[in-house]
Design a protein around this ligand. Structure first.
Ligand SMILES: [Zn+2]
Length: 881
């Protein structure tokens, strides 16, 4: 275990390395408890490095066995080795020499799941960000690009499969039941992209012919017996490869492409060159065991990791401050892929909901940081929604500002110019400036400045002169370490919606640049004047969520209702309705806190009834429109002095009001949407199921009876309908005998399938009410729960802390006390997962005083624990700061 030096890494301290490693040869003698790693490196002193510069290699918990330079063992005073560092002072005079390092590691004891570890009998690796140094001493930084040749040796009986990066070049049997394989990767890569897998797995194979006619052998390796559940992932992989050729002109570059699914994995998946390693949750799916959301996630994540082959692997990051260079860009690419495969408006709404649910709270709390951070203590804690999701939004804005053609030209130039480089955000922005001739220096603040900007808009219309004036002001709240903010370039897509519901056309506009329906805000204040506007329009602003900002518009409530009915932009129509719902829940929660009864205007139930049955819209869109903002969404909008109990009661009140007003229509539609055809995971079928399941929840809330949900559970032909029915039973009828029976039935059916049981834990962890904490505590004792497995911890504890606002934020603080205990227990094994979990308390300051005090106490307890890992210490100290 690394000890916490409290070291802060700063962007401005970046120095190019004194030594490079053009060639890396690795030999692994794989044994469960004692694996020997022989690393032979060609080391070159950089041209500009001082002659006597010592060579300092990174390590993490390593045991050095032998050390040679140019074939000669090194004397004891020629070097200094600790588990975390190897410094060699006595180096040859020549600029280039061969270093041979032998280390010994124990994959079975590795529960941090970083470096080389053994999970369910399979050897596997995770090296990003700094896991390679847990395998051997190395210059473990992304700007060291090396060509790798890897030899693996293992027992043939338990590990018939031996995989690494690149192409297979040699394999054979050895004495004593051992065998070997050699892999060669011709593309220089940083150490974080190294991977190996050795084990006994089932495989699904296929072939892809690239645009230049090369054949690529595809393999997806999964637990034996689960091969049929990898078919959808294979299909998604082939569609991804094709799409990247068609949309970005990117072709795959090796003879083989392998994906391996493992059940113990810290994150979603990892883009190692030619050998992607996945959390099995994002590979395995069939109708019996996976929901439509699982299918969509698999498609997106398979695509994401594949797309990294160009954005991340061929062009990598110069240093970890540039993480968004590969992640933000690749998330943008996978979003575009999913939008092309499914429905663009539906996909965009889902993206914005995710951004607001995960990134906005980050930007508005103690963990706020720029898309490209300037300092970190623990890089593992920067795999955040800001780097990924906001990073993607920034790329999207570049496309909005430049237009599709210039954006593509910029991407082509980026691939041409930087292939084989370790690049920076400056390199990325420069290509777009070059192809478009635009100055993006103000725009670049989106990478450098933390926080969500606010845009406020006031409109006045003069019917006599036909003038519309918009007074627009931008501001950015302070964030940790950044009290004064600079003015941003905000591209705001908009429309002026006329009384007939159509966009109005203006004669002239002055006061801000307006191009292709986008208003460019660059100054603190803009006084924008449109002429030729005869009637007062409704403002449809930030269409498609063109900029990740919070918007406050002075408008009449009926304007929003009008937009919710008539806006021609589907995203904005959704936004208008969702905004009305959010405001209604906020208002009702205030009434409840003041001891009054909650009341709701008839407008929202009317709108919901109209949109539910409007066949002009696809079902997936209608489902999103009917879905109320979550309790956490509402809490985020309130911002301070939050009382989760009042929000839950207000939200339930609105659901019941909508349900009662539309009972007959919703019931008829629910029946009409029943699936009679064979299951298909396609977008249209999934949309139909999602609308029907939203209606099921309304019908259960309105009727107070579990009958319909119990029947759907019983008759369900797929996991989407089954788990949705179970969730409705648990959320709306927790104590009914139908609910208890369904929970028991689910456990009997799927008890031996951990991925499906994750859903069972998750559904119960999200159920609100006084008994929530007791339920979750009891579930930690369930034989299917394991604190060592990240998926299980996330499904139970992660869901409880993020999706159970009333259970987690109990007024007596018991939820936080329990949570702190679990975080500390997870930390003993897996600091990375513990640190991620602990971010569940990041919004503690916005709670009402009593809860705030209890949450702080829980954070202080974690912070006061001895020998805390750097990962967890970093998160709790920043959260408390
Ligand atoms: Zn990624």
């Amino acid at each position: 275990m690394r000890t916490d030096t409290g070291q802060v890494f700063k962007l401005e301290d970046y120095r190019s390395p004194n030594y490079r490693i053009p060639e890396t040869r690795l030999a692994f003698d794989l044994q469960p408890e004692q694996t020997t790693v022989v690393s032979e490196l060609v080391i070159e002193r950089a041209d500009d490095a001082p002659a006597g510069a010592p060579l300092v290699l990174d390590g993490d918990g390593l045991d050095l066995v032998a050390l040679e330079i140019n074939g000669e063992p090194l004397g004891a005073n020629a070097y200094e080795a600790t588990p975390d560092r190897l410094e060699i002072h006595a180096l040859p005079k020549e600029r280039s020499f061969r270093l041979k390092v032998t280390t010994r590691i124990d994959p079975s004891a590795n529960q941090a799941l970083m470096g080389l570890y053994r999970s369910s009998g399979v050897y596997t690796t995770q090296c990003e960000a700094e896991g390679f140094r847990r395998i051997t001493y190395y210059l473990d930084r992304p700007d060291i690009l090396s060509v790798y040749r890897v030899r693996l040796e293992a027992d043939k009986a338990t590990a018939p499969l031996l995989l690494s990066n690149g192409n297979p070049i040699e394999a054979g049997d050895l004495p004593s039941g051992r065998h070997f394989a050699v892999w060669d990767d011709p593309h220089p890569k940083p150490s974080y992209l190294f991977a190996l897998v050795a084990g006994d797995l089932g495989v699904v194979t296929d072939e892809f012919v690239t645009m230049s006619g090369r054949k690529v052998a595809l393999g997806i390796h999964v637990e034996k017996g689960k091969e049929p559940r990898a078919a959808y992932a294979m299909d998604a992989l082939k569609r991804s490869m094709k799409w990247d050729e068609e949309v970005f002109g990117r072709e795959y570059d090796l003879d083989v492409f392998n994906i391996v699914a493992v059940s113990d994995f810290n994150m979603g998946a990892m883009e190692n060159k030619g050998l992607n390693i996945f959390n099995d949750k994002y590979v395995l799916a069939d109708e019996e065991t996976a929901t439509d959301a699982d299918f969509a996630n698999i498609e997106a994540i398979i695509a994401h990791e594949y797309f990294h082959n160009w954005t991340g692997n061929r062009i990598t990051c110069r240093d970890w401050f540039q993480l968004c260079l590969k992640e933000g860009l690749t998330v943008y690419r996978d979003h575009e892929f999913s939008a092309d495969q499914r429905s663009r408006a539906v996909k965009r709404i889902a993206e914005v909901r995710t951004l607001k649910a995960h990134q906005f709270p980050e930007d508005q709390g103690p963990l706020a940081h720029p898309v490209r951070p300037r300092r970190y203590r623990e890089i593992n804690n920067f795999y955040t929604a800001t780097v990924y999701e906001k990073g993607s939004e920034v790329v999207r804005m570049i496309r909005t500002i430049l237009g599709a053609d210039a954006f593509r030209a910029g991407m082509d130039l980026y691939f041409d110019r930087h292939d084989g480089d370790a690049a920076t955000i400056e390199d990325f922005l420069a290509v777009f400036e070059e192809v478009s001739g635009r100055d993006l220096s103000q725009f670049a603040l989106w990478y450098h400045q933390a926080g969500t900007p606010n845009v406020s808009v006031k409109a006045s219309h003069n019917a006599a002169t036909g003038e519309l004036v918009l007074d627009i002001e931008q501001s950015s709240p302070p964030t940790p370490g950044e009290s004064r903010k600079r003015l941003m370039h905000i591209p705001l897509a908009f429309g002026l919606v006329g009384p007939d519901g159509r966009d109005m056309v203006w004669e002239t506009v002055e006061g801000a640049a307006v191009e292709h329906g986008v208003l460019h805000i660059r100054k603190r204040r803009h006084h924008v004047r449109f002429t030729g506007i005869a009637e007062r329009p409704r403002l449809s602003l930030n269409r498609g969520f063109s900029a990740p900002v919070t918007l406050s518009v002075e408008e009449k409530p009926e304007d929003r209702a009008f937009l919710a009915r008539h806006d021609g932009d589907l995203y904005s129509r959704w936004q208008a309705l969702n905004g009305l719902m959010t405001d209604a829940v906020i208002e009702a929660s205030k009434q409840l806190r003041d001891g009054r009864t909650a009341s709701f205007a008839a407008e929202i139930p009317d709108l919901c009834g109209a949109i539910a049955t409007d066949d002009r819209f696809e079902e997936a869109y209608r489902a999103l429109a009917l879905a109320l903002p979550s309790e956490a969404d509402v809490a985020r909008e309130i911002g301070s002095n939050i009382d989760p109990d009042a929000i839950l009661a207000a939200r339930n009140g609105l659901i019941e009001t909508i349900a009662t007003a539309n009972a007959a229509a919703f019931a008829a539609l629910y029946d009409r949407l029943a699936d009679h055809e064979r299951f298909s995971p396609d977008a249209a079928s999934a949309g139909r199921r999602s609308l029907r399941n939203v209606l099921l929840d309304y019908l259960a809330a309105g009727s107070g009876s579990p009958g319909r949900a119990a029947a759907q559970y019983r008759d369900a032909g797929n996991m989407t309908d089954r788990s949705a029915a179970l969730a409705v039973l648990v959320m709306r009828h927790a104590d009914s005998s139908e609910t208890k029976a369904a929970l028991a039935d689910f456990e009997t059916r799927f008890g031996s399938d951990p991925l499906v049981m994750d859903k069972w834990f998750q559904i119960q962890a999200a159920a609100p009410g006084a008994g929530a904490l007791a339920t979750v505590k009891a579930l930690t004792e369930h034989p299917g729960f394991s604190i060592a497995n990240p998926n299980r911890v996330r499904s139970l504890i992660g869901t409880f802390s993020s999706a159970n606002q009333t259970g987690f934020h109990r007024a007596d603080g018991e939820g936080y006390r329990f949570f702190a205990g679990i975080v500390l227990a997870v930390e003993q094994r897996n600091p990375q997962v513990a640190a991620r979990l602990a971010t569940g308390l990041r919004s503690w300051r916005s709670l009402e005083p009593r809860r705030k005090a209890s949450a702080r106490e829980a954070l202080l307890r974690i912070a006061g624990t001895e020998n805390l890992s750097p990962d967890l210490r970093d998160i709790v100290e920043r959260t408390l700061a």
